[in-house]
Design a protein around this ligand. Structure first.
Ligand code: ATP
Ligand code: MG
Length: 433
């Protein structure tokens, strides 16, 4: 006889794209809640853009000759109309597109944030994934340096809220286009003198994007990069004043930094302020947050010129660090406050009603699903982390009551069991919280 169905070959997730399982989900939620409170504390409002955008947005916004656009984007053709689409590899371009499209900056600047997944086709390793998550924060329409400083101060507060130490700030200024042009000429001369040690990327970019050649991770090119002319030395008075203003405000806030003239960042749109927060606790992928000013981007993407500054935090890296430094703060939460166990059909129906009644009172409740014996139900109750079990059996039903048993060692009367009339149940459970 012909076999009707073929065994289905199991499907695994795509390499570099992680499932966040329930055991970790609680940590993510706790983290996101804390982050939202922190963002609202500075008046940032949520802006959500699509995960898919036209490829040309990123090609233009991030820059053609960048790692991201050259080799890291998930790009495909829309089979219906032939459009080239790209899974967002970062959020700034989409946020700026949305601000222009909806005219958000016509009468005032905007503080906005986005949290969500981004996609880059990189070699997966610890702290480097193909789908990862960013907290993206943008101050649109502000010339700084006050807002630049505010963003950095804000990040320092987040590290404090999370209890993080071992995280330091690197700072640089990329000046303005004319200053970069003068530096660029000097830099190209330097690269030409060291042409023999440049790798393929370096050779290819030495004229198209020489600054990016210095951002190499190739050890053989470090010495050449260290001895290259520094953009910082080419800054004019205005750029210097902007940078000094920022440094003054950081000093006022008691924030330490290291001036890193090599810091250029992997995207083309930055000018003046650029910064990264780095740690030594995460191995090679030690940059937890990167940001800077991008005054030209709004105009570049077709909007009325407006200055802007922002940053993106890599959530996986930050959570990894948080887990290491504060394992207890980032521990996973119990599944519920109250676990309801029951025996018999009548009791099961009563349990469903009691569950709803307790949720009305604001408690988090799991009603045991299915009809197993008390013993295995209690096992589940225990494993759920619930503080208390509510028991509904024949005796309880007859008495119009439930038995209450405290499960945790730290709760008053642990292990003891008492009968409580159903109409007082919520009050009793809440008062013994
Ligand atoms: P890197 O130099 O590590 O490649 P980047 O300069 O490409 O970082 P940004 O574009 O500035 O990174 O992104 C902001 C943040 O997102 C980074 O500081 C980092 O924390 C995180 N990040 C970047 N790429 C990845 C990735 N592939 N997987 C996980 N997190 C990432
Ligand atoms: Mg990168």
């Amino acid at each position: 006889m012909k076999k009707m169905t073929q065994a289905f070959q199991k499907v695994a997730a795509i390499r570099g794209m992680n499932d966040i399982l329930p055991g970790d989900g609680a940590r993510w939620e706790k983290f996101e809640e804390l982050v939202r409170g922190w963002l609202h504390g500075y008046g940032y409002r949520n802006l959500r853009t699509p995960v898919l955008e036209h490829t040309r947005l990123f090609a233009r916004g991030i820059g053609e000759v960048t790692d991201i656009v050259e080799k890291e984007m998930y790009t495909f053709t829309d089979a219906l109309n032939g459009d080239s689409l790209t899974m967002r590899p970062e959020m700034t371009a989409g946020v700026v597109r949305a601000a222009i499209e909806h005219n958000l900056l016509y009468d005032r600047p905007q503080r906005v944030y986005s949290i969500g997944p981004v996609f880059r086709h990189e070699r997966p390793q610890r702290g480097r994934y193909r789908q990862f998550h960013q907290i993206d924060v943008e101050a649109l329409g502000f010339a700084g340096p006050d807002v630049d400083a505010e963003l950095i101060v804000m990040l320092a507060r987040l590290w404090k809220l999370l209890g993080l130490t071992d995280i330091r700030l690197e700072l640089n200024s990329l000046g303005q286009a004319s200053e970069r042009a003068a530096h660029r000429a000097a830099l190209i001369e330097h690269l030409e003198r060291h042409r023999d040690i440049l790798d393929d990327d370096g050779q290819r970019r030495m004229y198209s994007n020489p600054l990016r050649v210095l951002d190499t991770k190739n050890p053989a090119m470090q010495e050449m990069a260290d001895s290259a002319p520094r953009l910082f030395d080419f800054l004019g008075d205005e750029s210097r004043a902007h940078f000094d203003g920022l440094c003054q405000l950081l000093a006022d806030a008691g924030i330490e930094y290291r001036l890193n003239p090599r810091l250029v960042r992997g995207l083309d749109y930055y000018n003046l302020t650029v910064f990264e927060w780095v740690t030594d606790r995460l191995g090679a992928q030690g940059t937890v947050c990167g940001g800077g000013r991008y005054d030209g981007l709004v105009e570049l993407l077709g909007g009325k010129p407006a200055p802007a500054v922002g940053f993106a935090i890599g959530m996986e890296r930050l959570l990894d660090l948080w887990q290491q430094v504060c394992p207890s703060a980032s521990a996973s939460a119990p599944e519920c406050d109250v676990y309801v166990v029951h025996q018999g059909d009548q009791a099961q129906r009563a349990a469903a009603r009691v569950g709803e009644q307790l949720r009305d009172a604001g408690l988090s409740v799991i009603v045991h699903a299915g009809s197993s014996g008390f013993k295995s139900q209690f096992k589940r109750a225990d494993a759920s982390g619930a503080r208390v079990a509510v028991i509904l059996g024949t005796d309880e039903l007859a008495a119009g009551a439930a038995s209450v048993k405290f499960l945790r060692a730290d709760a008053a009367g642990e292990g003891s069991q008492q009968q409580v009339p159903l109409d007082q149940l919520a009050d009793v459970l809440k008062s013994k919280g």
